[in-house]
Design a protein around this ligand. Structure first.
Ligand SMILES: [Zn+2]
Length: 277
């Protein structure tokens, strides 16, 4: 039974700003870090300070990332991504700001997307700032670690536990130009969203008439602060998320459902049930 509350809410607004999180990509096989109470499901992600200063952390990060890349790149958009793209094409979804780093909104055909936390398919040098493609880096990592690859490492996901001995033998990548440390062009824990990117998202919110939070527990401040801005601007806020979020108390509507199912149903009912989008 489709939830008509979401359909009605969508039909009432003309310029919706959607903030999306991990819950949008779990249906594509990309795991969520948080449980239903917002706690860590597994080891917390790497902090930027440790990444920059500890050889062991740097090596472990890249060993796992290298092993998990193939699964990550074979993930394809799911019902949630397709629903957002369909909604955008109708014209009342004005902006998607995603906390995800997988690019799946764009692959589903969404155009107005801001990758708040960056993209995993781009690599940046912390020394000289050079940006390269992750795909190319994977090839050079493989070339630098022929025996490691020959051991047939396959990880269930990017966070897979890899035996310590195997990590010790891993040769992590360095910038070809300057020898500097390489980092995926994503915002690590302990880092800030680049100012211009934040400003762009904030500007989009300023011209919106409602905020939809989808598939995020809002435990990370960089996402949560958009709720504060929306609230200050008097925008109505709806949340579709399985599990508790940090903004439940300020939402006029909270739907505890998978975003792909909820949004697909809401749009379908709106299209065929006589509702006006
Ligand atoms: Zn460099």
């Amino acid at each position: 039974m489709p939830d008509e509350r979401l359909r009605d809410w969508i039909a009432r607004h003309r310029r919706v700003f959607a903030l999306t999180g991990a819950g949008c990509s779990t249906g594509s096989g990309i795991p969520d870090y948080r449980d239903d109470d917002g706690g860590w499901k597994r080891k917390p992600p790497v902090m930027i300070h440790a990444f920059r200063t500890s050889d062991a952390v740097y090596r472990r990060y890249w060993a796992r990332a290298f092993a998990g890349w193939q699964r990550f790149t074979t993930a394809t958009p799911n019902a949630a991504h397709r629903a957002f793209a369909a909604w955008e094409s109708v014209g009342t979804l004005s902006q998607v700001v995603t906390q995800n780093v997988d690019g799946l909104h764009q692959r589903a055909g969404c155009r107005a997307v801001i990758d708040l936390h960056g993209r995993l398919d781009v690599v940046v040098c912390l020394g000289c700032g050079a940006r390269t493609s992750r795909e190319a880096l994977q090839t050079s990592i493989a070339a630098e670690n022929p025996l490691w690859v020959a051991q047939g490492v396959s990880a269930p996901d990017g966070d897979a536990e890899i035996a310590d001995a195997l990590i010790q033998s891993f040769n992590p990548p360095r910038c070809e130009a300057c020898g500097g440390l390489l980092k995926p062009d994503v915002v690590f824990f302990g880092e800030n969203v680049p100012a211009e990117r934040y400003a762009e998202a904030r500007e989009a919110l300023a011209s919106a008439d409602a905020l939809l939070v989808a598939g995020s527990s809002l435990m990370v401040y960089s996402g949560f602060r958009f709720v504060g801005l929306a609230r200050d601007a008097g925008l109505p806020i709806t949340i579709v998320n399985r599990g508790r979020t940090r903004a439940d108390a300020v939402a006029e509507l909270k739907i505890e459902e998978d975003i792909g199912t909820a949004l697909t149903d809401a749009l379908t009912v709106a299209k065929y049930g006589g509702g006006r989008l």
